[in-house]
Design a protein around this ligand. Sequence first.
Ligand code: XMP
Length: 514
Amino acid sequence: MEQEKVIVIDFGGQYNQLVARRVRECNVYCEIYSYKTDLEQIKSMNPKGIILTGGPNSCYEEGAPTYRKELFELGVPVLGLCYGAQLMMHVLGGKVEKAPVREYGKTEVFVENGSPLFTDVKSTTICWMSHFDYISRVAPGFSVIAHTADCPVAAAEDRTKNLYAIQFHPEVLHTEEGTKMLYNFVRNICGCAGTWRMDSFVENSIIEIRKKIGNGRVLCGLSGGVDSSVAAVLLSKAIGNQLTCVFVDHGLLRKDEGDEVEAIFGPDGNYDLNFIRVNAQERFYIKLAGETEPEHKRKIIGEEFIRVFEEEAKKIGTVDFLVQGTIYPDVVESGLGGESVVIKSHHNVGGLPDYVDFKEIIEPLRNLFKDEVRKVGLELGIPEKLVFRQPFPGPGLGVRIIGDITAEKVRIVQEADAIYREEVEKAGLGRSIGQYFAALTNMRSVGVMGDERTYDYAVALRAVNTIDFMTAEAADIPFEVLQTVMSRIINEVRGVNRVFYDLTSKPPGTIEFE
Ligand code: XMP
């Protein structure tokens, strides 16, 4: 069954993944493609609608990202957002110029007529603006359907051709009725039925996986994190014991985590899985010795993972497919989806070595956002405790120890992290915080303990609230809780004499430290 699809064409703006998420919240499947994607390829995907995103450029400048005029002549509804809106006007004969004042932040927008884009939207509505350029003249055939005090064209439409342009950002939650506008576009204007649901995702995936794998043997890298656990259970539902799960303890797991994962997925656990645990701590530490560069560390860990899998696969005999729990933000942030710059090589994606000794890699969750993966997990009957587990990155504590990694540093961060998690849970804050963990700063400083001078490490506590892990704010943990954590860490973890709380949001920080 072909899934109806909206295509988001990425012009390099910062909110592009949000556009895709919001569309999916309308139960419409959508994917992000770079503006460099050929028109023929776009056509072949048979989209029900196309959305052009924002971007940092000025469309009238030479060399600025653009798109062929024919995109607007496919008979498929197109919605341009911010840069996308300006580009639509520019390409179709309107005029875009530098504005005398930059319009930025929450802005009152006056909606002028009964455009289908604004069905059920109030006539004065708060929207998020962020632009230097403005549309000074709409293209022939267009009429203005919204304006602000500073911006004569906040939105425009050519209703007969189903072309719509919005200067503000409906995908950002500061735009109070933004989701309604996107819903109006994808459901009413594009006519999508809204059949994208997680139960249908599970059903369709099982059918596709069976078709693809046939009688083949499959190896799944299981980390015990939400993504790989959901991928493993999905595969196990589809192909039963053709699947073998390999859990690599790379020595960069949280305290006692190896045993916990084994307790859930191992022979005494909840699932009927072929489960192999590989204790590979030593070989990871040897490979990582002295390495301080974050990207190198990620690549080393990613590569060693694959080598361990290959070795296990050889012991099993022929393995045709390797399953990985890669999810959509990993793909996009690794620079493989749209136009976004590479932030980090995510383990499982950019971190893969070129040579991988398997016929094919299967990534059943590759197109899903984290909250969608969780819905799939619940749909598959995975216990809530596991589904709502804290995300834990593939490279593990490797990206929470700044600088080189040693067994001693791993011990410090494991113990500090265990104390932090225990106290946060004791305070009843666990589920209310998106992600929280301790990291080792690799900085040592002078302290005094029991009249003795110390020269020990500083631990950083991180806690963030986030909806989609693309942006995040530091969580407001009560000071008494932080104080308890600090004094327990200093007293109980040898080698630490200072504790910091990280207040940085994302951006400019990332959630992990490397
Ligand atoms: P950053 O540090 O990029 O993290 O702000 C965003 C989210 O992704 C997780 N993360 C990873 N997950 N492999 C993963 O599976 C990775 O290499 C990786 N790096 C970061 C991070 O824990 C956070 O939830």
